[in-house]
Design a protein around this ligand. Structure first.
Ligand code: GDP
Length: 370
C-alpha cells in the first residue's frame, strides 16, 4: 500500500488480493453560464428556409424540430412554424390520410404496427400521428409509449410522432393538421392518425383525413365500446379486430350484425359503401383486405372527385377553426376581460344579471379594447 493512500481497512494484509483505491476527485460543477451557453447553442433556431430545405430532402431531424416549433406556444416559434408551413404547403397533399379510432384496448397500436409494416413493406413512407387532447403522458397516452410499436419505430420508412401534449381539442387538432403538411412535404405519402374513440376527437380526425377506419371488438355491446352512432356513421370501414383463436366465430357474427346496422345509415356523399371486415392485428390476418379497401376507396373517390372536394372542405373548415381558436384565446387572455368576466360571472350566478346581458357587456368591452 503506497503512503499516499488513505488507510482503508480492506487494504490490510489479511485481505490480500483486494485493493480499494481512493475515490476520484470530482471535477468542479459546470458553471451556470456555460450550461446556458451550451443550451442556447443547442436550441439555436434555423431559418425557415433551412428547415424547409431539410424537410424537402426528407431530413427527419429537421422535420422533428419543425414539428416541435408547430407544437410550441411561444410566439417566436409559432411565427417561424407558420413560415415553414406556408413554404411546405405547395409540396404537401400528395398522400392518403387515414384516421383510425376505437376504444382503448381494441388493438389500435397493434393494428397500426401491422398495417404500418404492411404499408412500408410495399415501399411507401408512413407517418403515424395522434390526436389525444386528454392525454397526460404518464397515463400512457396513445402513441406516447413507443415500445408498443417496436417494429415500426425501428423502420426507417416510418415516422411516429405522439399527440401534442394536452390542450384544447381545437389546438391539439390544429397542430396535428399542420404536422401532416410537414410530413407530406418530407415525402411521407401515407399518414395514419390515431385517436381514442370516446369523445369528440374523432370528429377532428375525420375532418383531416380521407378515409376513416373504426376498429371494433366482437361480443361487446356498442355502449360497452363507447362508440356513438355518429362515429359509426363517419366510418368508411369497420374492422372487427381480434378475430383469432376461439374468437373467430364471434367476430363473424358481429360482422353480420354491423353490416346490417350500417345498411340503415343514409348513403354517403362519397357514394362509397362502407364495409365491415374482420382482422387480427396480432396475427396479421386480414390486413391485406383492409389495405385493398383503402386503395379502392381512393380510386373511386378520386374518379368521382369527392376526394378533392372533401379536402377543399376540410381546408376551409380549418381556416374557420383557426380563426375561432385565435379569437377565443385573444378574448379570454385579455387581462381587462379576465377581470370583468369574474365580476359578471358572479352577477350571473347571483341572478343580478342575465347571461346574455353579461355576454353582451363583455363583448362590448372587447370591441372597445381593439
Ligand atoms: P389500443 O389501446 O387500442 O392501442 O390497444 P393495443 O394495441 O394496446 O392492444 C390491447 C391488447 O390487445 C394488447 O394486449 C394486445 O396484444 C391485444 N391485441 C391487439 N390486437 C389483437 C388481436 O388481433 N388479437 C388478439 N388476440 N389480441 C390482440
Amino acid at each position: 500500500m503506497s503512503e499516499k493512500d488513505q488507510h482503508h481497512i480492506e487494504n490490510n494484509p489479511e485481505f490480500q488480493g483486494l485493493k480499494v483505491n481512493n475515490g476520484i476527485v470530482q471535477p468542479e460543477p459546470v458553471s451556470n453560464d456555460s450550461v446556458k451557453r451550451f443550451l442556447q447553442k443547442k436550441r439555436k433556431l434555423h431559418s425557415a428556409d433551412e428547415y424547409v430545405a431539410g424537410i424537402l430532402k426528407g431530413d427527419i431531424t429537421l422535420l422533428s424540430k419543425a414539428v416541435t416549433l408547430v407544437e410550441s406556444s411561444k410566439t417566436e416559434h409559432q411565427n417561424l412554424a407558420q413560415e415553414i408551413i406556408t413554404k411546405c404547403l405547395p409540396h404537401s397533399g400528395k398522400s392518403i390520410r387515414i384516421g383510425i379510432t376505437g376504444v382503448p384496448g381494441v388493438g389500435k397500436s397493434t393494428f397500426i404496427e401491422a398495417f404500418g409494416k404492411y404499408i412500408t413493406n410495399r415501399g411507401h413512407k408512413l407517418a403515424v400521428l395522434a390526436i389525444d387532447p386528454s392525454s397526460e403522458r404518464t397515463k400512457g397516452s396513445i402513441l406516447g409509449d413507443k415500445t408498443r410499436m417496436e417494429e415500426l419505430s425501428g423502420d426507417s420508412n416510418a415516422y411516429i410522432r405522439p399527440s401534442p401534449s394536452a390542450g384544447s381539442l381545437g389546438g391539439v387538432a390544429r397542430k396535428t393538421r399542420e404536422t401532416i403538411i410537414l410530413c407530406e412535404a418530407a415525402g411521407f405519402n401515407h399518414i395514419l392518425i390515431e385517436t381514442v374513440g370516446v369523445g369528440q376527437s374523432e370528429t377532428a380526425v375525420h375532418s383531416m383525413t380521407d378515409f376513416f377506419l373504426l376498429l371494433m371488438l366482437a361480443g361487446a355491446g356498442d355502449e360497452l365500446q363507447g362508440i356513438k352512432r355518429g362515429i359509426m356513421e363517419m366510418a368508411d370501414l369497420i374492422a372487427i379486430n381480434k378475430a383469432d383463436g376461439n374468437n373467430v366465430e364471434k367476430a363473424q357474427m358481429a360482422q353480420v350484425q354491423y353490416r346490417n346496422a350500417i345498411h340503415l345509415f343514409p348513403k354517403k356523399e362519397s357514394d362509397w359503401d362502407p364495409g365491415v371486415l374482420t382482422c387480427s392485428a396480432f396475427h396479421k390476418i386480414g390486413i391485406d383486405a383492409i389495405w385493398e379497401q383503402v386503395e379502392k376507396y381512393k380510386k373511386q373517390t378520386v374518379e368521382n372527385d369527392y376526394f378533392y372536394k372533401k379536402r377543399n372542405e376540410q381546408s376551409t373548415y380549418w381556416m374557420h377553426e383557426t380563426i375561432e381558436e385565435h379569437l377565443k384565446r385573444n378574448f379570454y387572455d385579455n387581462p381587462e376581460i379576465k377581470e370583468k368576466l369574474k365580476i359578471l360571472e358572479n352577477y350571473v350566478l347571483t341572478d343580478r344579471m342575465s347571461s346574455f346581458i353579461a355576454a353582451g357587456e363583455l363583448l362590448d368591452l372587447y370591441s372597445k379594447l381593439k
